[in-house]
Design a protein around this ligand. Structure first.
Ligand SMILES: Cc1cc2nc3c(=O)[nH]c(=O)nc-3n(C[C@H](O)[C@H](O)[C@H](O)COP(=O)(O)OP(=O)(O)OC[C@H]3O[C@@H](n4cnc5c(N)ncnc54)[C@H](O)[C@@H]3O)c2cc1C
Length: 309
């Protein structure tokens, strides 16, 4: 079977695109590892327009339920796309899943978002989920009455601090630079808690423990000294890696790993492929923006399919 459109991703961008594709009766398939996207882990979202406050899980349900109203779109959930290949002669694409399944399509919308960046230090992989965490909303309660370290100096690091404040007995924030990138209002709020100690010029080097994390070793970049903090858990908050590997070699990707798009249409440099949401080079990673861009992409794909029959 040859689809007109395959949408990859079940977050805000992918779901919005799926709803519009179904309403336009484009013969489409949506493939997603899971629904909801990154903000599934958020306790509260207060800027999703139309909802004064909604949890990440509620948002997932709202998105998925809305998409499933439509029968004019096929959905393949729990499937991971590994690679996309361009057909040599017919201009169609093969979407190859990790399972080995292959789907053929005329156009593709990439809405696969991004994943948290790893520290890539010894001990990180070994202790993932055993004291090394990437989701403070999910895992802050593990730090009840324990000392926590948050690695990172941006707003995400401070969101993690706020998640940890009701639980941890003390929170270290380790930032590589001389100053923090986070908004001053967050830094002041964290400092005023009396529980937070900010360590600048600190580069994480190794995570230690037995069955569970017991310490974080870091280099003081000013003195060159290696220091050790005894901690019960580490929250890694150093940004996100776009899930753009599947498209490498086909479309242009910028230095941050994001797929370069034309902001008027969301088209990539590869004819027949569009990208929307956090995987694309659009500047701001926000739910409403991902939704709008997913819709914009599908409307442009609809025109493209009409004109390329
Ligand atoms: C903790 C947290 C809180 C946030 N809070 C807010 C907020 O309050 N307000 C706001 O506007 N934004 C918030 N954001 C940002 C917001 O979540 C993102 O901007 C938005 O989710 C991006 O949507 P997306 O559809 O582009 O990608 P994502 O939400 O990342 O969704 C990607 C989708 O693609 C799927 N996928 C990934 N790789 C593959 C693959 N290889 N094969 C198949 N499927 C794949 C995933 O399963 C997922 O369904 C928050 C983010 C986080 C992490």
């Amino acid at each position: 079977m040859l689809y007109d459109l395959i949408i990859i991703g079940g977050g805000p961008a992918g779901v919005a695109a799926g709803i519009y594709a179904a309403r336009k009766k484009i013969k489409s398939l949506l493939i997603a590892e899971s629904f909801g996207g990154q903000s599934v882990i958020a306790a509260q979202i207060n800027n999703f327009i139309g909802f004064k406050s909604i949890s990440g899980l509620e948002l997932k349900n709202v998105l998925e339920e809305h998409l499933r109203v439509y029968e004019d779109i096929e959905i393949k959930e729990g499937a991971k796309v590994e690679k996309i290949e361009a057909g040599k002669s017919n201009g169609n694409f093969s979407v190859i899943l990790k399972s080995g399944e292959i789907f053929q399509t005329k156009t593709i919308l990439l809405a696969a978002g991004s994943n948290p960046r790893r520290l890539q230090v010894p001990g990180e992989e070994k202790f993932e989920g055993k004291g090394v965490f990437y989701c403070s909303t999910c895992d802050a309660p593990f730090l009840k009455d324990k000392v926590a370290a948050v690695v990172g100096g941006g707003n995400s690091a401070f969101y993690a601090v706020f998640d940890l404040l009701p639980y941890a007995s003390k929170i270290y924030v380790l930032s590589r630079g001389e100053t923090l990138k986070a908004d001053p209002i967050y830094i002041d709020k964290a400092r005023s808690s009396g529980k937070v100690e900010i360590i600048n010029f600190a580069e994480a080097k190794e995570i230690l423990g037995d069955k569970f994390v017991s310490a974080l070793r870091y280099e003081d970049k000013k003195s060159g000294e290696i220091k050790t903090l005894e901690v019960g858990g580490i929250f890694v908050e150093i940004g996100y890696q776009p899930n753009s590997n599947m498209i490498k070699g086909l479309a242009d990707i910028n230095q941050n790993g994001k797929i370069v798009v034309n902001c008027e249409t969301q088209a990539t440099s590869c004819k027949g492929i569009w990208a929307a949401g956090d995987i694309s080079s659009v500047l701001y990673g926000q739910i409403n923006i991902a939704i709008g861009d997913g819709i914009k992409a599908v409307l442009n794909i609809y025109d493209y399919l009409k004109n390329n029959k």
